[in-house]
Design a protein around this ligand. Structure first.
Ligand SMILES: [Zn+2]
Ligand SMILES: [Zn+2]
Length: 297
């Protein structure tokens, strides 16, 4: 069983490689310079992102993870160098482990309406095994805020944007006015409801910094859903967080799943869900936790 795989040219020396279909599809990006080429995120692991990238460029390839979640790191082991912010090392380890990945995939099949017999089929089991057993490889390079990565005539700038996870980063490509936002800004909402998410206040500060850069930007390229969003989406997310912090944003109690990265439900997850809120402002949708409004300390 294979998800649909495609690579599409976005603009000069830049491609999007999409794994899967629909709302849960994962976007990886390929950015080519004169000397090297960066692959931004490596998906859930179903797509041979390295081979796909190598079919577009003959430059030396390396990867950058926007964060450590399981749907962004699935083919990291195929690269000799993978940049990751150190604050997401623990998330990365947790999301690389077999139990976590397989329970997530099983939960996803159940949500799609498959029964236990279908999930036990050889085809589905093979798929789950393939995407859950990731080979280990010591290939991480620690990313720093404001770090510049030179691809040769094309410089990428890293902005640490904690929120969705503590080690989330956005990658600014000022030459083309593009920002690759991972799960820090997506069209259908962002999640701040994980144990390893940062506070709403911290995420507000991340969006404020990103908004300060918005003038020189043309497009945002998220890890999921619609791509090439206008930069003023950042403003909606910034205002939404300010409204949440000032108590002026209407919120709803959330009793659905704890988010698309969750596996099976436990009692502690149930308790967590009671603290979850969903707030919207403009085009922004944020799932957050009432016990995680402000930065610690
Ligand atoms: Zn994520
Ligand atoms: Zn994701």
């Amino acid at each position: 069983m294979h998800d649909r795989v495609s690579a599409e040219k976005l603009f000069d020396h830049t491609w999007v490689m999409t794994e899967g279909t629909g709302r849960g599809a994962r976007h990886c990006y390929l950015l080519e310079g004169k000397e090297k080429a960066a692959v931004i995120d490596t998906g859930m692991g179903d797509m041979d992102v390295r081979r796909l990238a190598a079919s577009c460029t003959n430059r030396e390839l390396f990867a950058i993870n926007t964060h450590g979640h399981l749907d962004h790191i699935g083919r990291d082991h195929e690269f000799s160098q993978v940049y990751l912010h150190p604050a997401d090392e623990e998330v990365f380890r947790e999301h690389s482990c077999y139990e976590m990945r397989s329970s997530y995939l099983i939960a996803r099949f159940r949500r799609k309406g498959l029964d236990e017999e279908q999930i036990a089929s050889a085809e589905i089991q093979d798929y789950i095994q393939r995407l859950s057993r990731l080979p280990r490889r010591e290939n991480h390079v620690a990313l720093q805020d404001a770090e510049k990565i030179d691809l040769g005539g094309r410089q990428l700038e890293i902005m640490h944007t904690p929120g969705h996870t503590g080690g989330s980063v956005c990658i600014l490509d000022k030459k083309y006015g593009a920002v690759f936002t991972g799960d820090s800004l997506c069209e259908q909402g962002i999640l701040l409801n994980f144990d390893h998410s940062a506070s709403v206040e911290t995420y507000r500060d991340s969006m404020r910094r990103l908004w300060e850069e918005a003038e020189g930007l043309a497009c945002l390229f998220p890890g999921h859903q619609k791509i090439a969003l206008e930069p003023d989406w950042i403003k909606d997310y910034l205002i939404c967080t300010e409204k949440i912090l000032s108590g002026k944003c209407a919120d709803d109690f959330v009793d659905g799943s704890a988010g698309r990265h969750s596996g099976k439900s436990t009692l502690s997850e149930k308790v967590q869900k009671e603290k979850e809120r969903l707030s919207c402002w403009g085009r922004a949708v944020i799932r957050w936790r009432a016990d995680r409004l402000y930065r610690e300390g």
